[in-house]
Design a protein around this ligand. Structure first.
Ligand SMILES: Nc1ncnc2c1ncn2[C@@H]1O[C@H](COP(=O)(O)OP(=O)(O)OP(=O)(O)O)[C@@H](O)[C@H]1O
Ligand SMILES: [Mg+2]
Length: 219
């Protein structure tokens, strides 16, 4: 089981505070939702957890399994995977290629990588869509490709930013179940969402309002 910890983690852009410093702890096996209105600081918090913001924008520390994360690369090496709000897919690549490229970049052998691509796309219901260009997929299908890419990486910490926002109820349920499976595998899962029904599926909630965090429930 992995463990994500942050202490005094805050975000400010050019001196304007987006997330007031907060402490956070997500044990492996559990799901945390981050909720709050548009502009509350949800994405900023996830990017800070992934060490993906500029150092000048972030205060405080993040660790995974006791190892302090220095920068975005060290976060990736520690198994932190961010699914960005706008998916971050290469639009002129196929669904398969989008899932495959980060695996190869991480040094997963080609044969195993190809197998993980197929399993992951099937898991999000897109087994037949591997060869389709991302540009030619619907918004919800693109969102599921982004999740498949994250699952294929077998994250220790999975940070999903509004990853069910474009989905119909059936697919939303399937993707929340898949996120739950990632937690069951041992990952610490964080889901930013404005959807109360998605938040209700998680084990605890960090509610953000103008960058100020309130815990709802605890692990
Ligand atoms: N790169 C940036 N530079 C300057 N300000 C930013 C930047 N990114 C976000 N902000 C500001 O920080 C605040 C929090 O934004 P953030 O994207 O974290 O909110 P959010 O809760 O994810 O909103 P949404 O629900 O719309 O996705 C907002 O006021 C936003 O304008
Ligand atoms: Mg956001």
């Amino acid at each position: 089981m992995s463990e994500l910890r942050a202490s005094g983690l805050g975000v400010a852009y050019d001196g304007t505070v987006a997330v007031h410093p907060l402490d956070l702890h997500v044990p492996g096996g559990r799901m945390l939702s981050v909720t709050g209105p548009s502009g509350a600081g949800k994405s900023s918090l996830l990017w800070a957890l992934a060490r993906a913001l500029r150092p000048a924008e972030v205060s405080g520390g993040v660790s995974v399994d006791g190892v302090v994360l220095g920068d975005r690369d060290s976060a990736a090496r520690a198994g932190v995977v961010l699914v960005p709000q706008r998916n971050g897919l290469g639009s002129t690549l196929s669904a398969e290629e989008n899932v495959l490229v980060p695996l190869l970049a991480l040094g997963v052998p080609a044969h195993e990588a190809q197998e993980r691509v197929e399993v992951s796309l099937a898991r999000v219901g897109l087994g037949e869509f591997g060869r389709h260009l991302v540009d030619q997929l619907s918004g919800g299908q693109q969102q599921r490709v982004a999740l498949a890419r994250a699952f294929a990486l077998r994250p220790r910490v999975l940070l999903a930013d509004e990853s069910t926002s474009d989905l119909d109820a059936a697919n939303r349920g399937l993707m929340l179940a898949a996120l739950r499976e990632e937690a069951a595998r041992g990952a610490a899962v964080v889901l930013a969402t404005h959807d109360p029904e998605a938040a209700a599926e998680t084990d605890a909630t960090l509610a953000l309002d103008e960058g100020v965090a309130t815990w709802v429930g605890a692990f």
